[in-house]
Design a protein around this ligand. Structure first.
Ligand code: GLP
Length: 244
């Protein structure tokens, strides 16, 4: 779907998430959300915080799994996705600390594999992700699934693409400070979600959106794999959709 601007698209996504949370509350069940970082979801989180503060939307039955985290990364570092999520969402709503899951950037590298397996198990133990939010990077990555990622890949340690590190360099004050690796849910992990909302805003994303939606399915642009998933919905503003 194409919306007039990022605000309108973000409000729609937040409304869908809120509807899921309320429906699950009525059934005394948990709502399992897969969350993304980066600039794209910020206004979705702003709207969710508004719904909490002004309309009483409770997050007590919400369980979250974030897509990714830099590695290594301290949770107290300003660039960590832990800090990002607290700043934009978790510090402002009534979610229980134990319901929040973000890949751990502090574990020893030899324990990463076990950590990633248990991340997958935890997602399954809650019955899987109900709504997964995903942005798209300029390399065509989803989460941190860079070019070359397999469609059935699971949560794992990956090496970041040079372009991804360049795009992140502003946050880190120089590309040399951007971690070389990250832990990310795999393409296969994302595919298991019951609903996937891919969002992209502004003309900077128009070219990669066109490739992702209309291009040949290929590991060169992992976002093209989403063409294979029936439960995907692409939510764009006019500018991001301008080349379609
Ligand atoms: C980072 C995140 C991705 C995100 C991408 C796009 O690489 N790990 O999950 O989709 O940035 O970021 P933005 O939304 O800021 O364009």
């Amino acid at each position: 779907s194409v919306y007039a601007d990022q605000d309108a698209g973000s409000i729609e996504i937040a409304a869908r998430i809120a509807a899921l949370i309320v429906a699950k509350q009525e059934k005394r069940e948990v709502a399992v959300l897969g969350l993304a970082t980066g600039a794209s979801p910020v206004k979705v989180y702003t709207e969710l915080v508004r719904l909490h503060k002004e309309e009483g939307l409770s997050f007590k039955n919400v369980v979250t799994f974030n897509l990714d985290e830099y590695f290594p990364m301290s949770p107290t570092s300003d660039q960590s996705y832990v800090r990002f999520m607290k700043r934009h969402l978790f510090d402002h709503v009534d979610i229980a600390e134990e319901n929040i899951h973000i890949p751990d950037g502090t574990i020893p590298v030899e324990e990463v594999h076990t950590f990633c397996e248990s991340y997958e198990h935890k997602i399954s133990s809650y019955g899987g992700i109900d709504i997964q939010l995903v942005g798209i990077g300029r390399t065509g990555h989803i989460g941190f699934n860079e070019p070359g990622s397999a469609p059935n890949s699971g949560t794992r340690l990956v090496t970041l693409d040079d372009l991804t590190r360049r795009d992140a360099s502003r946050d880190f004050g120089g590309k040399e400070n951007v971690p070389v690796k990250a832990i990310t849910m795999g393409v296969g992990t994302i595919f298991k979600a019951k609903k996937i909302l891919l969002m992209a805003w502004n003309e900077k994303k128009a070219a990669i959106v066109k490739q992702a939606v209309e291009g040949e399915i290929s590991a060169d642009i992992p976002a093209t794999y989403l063409q294979l998933a029936a439960q995907v919905e692409v939510i764009l503003d006019k500018d991001a959709a301008s080349l379609l």
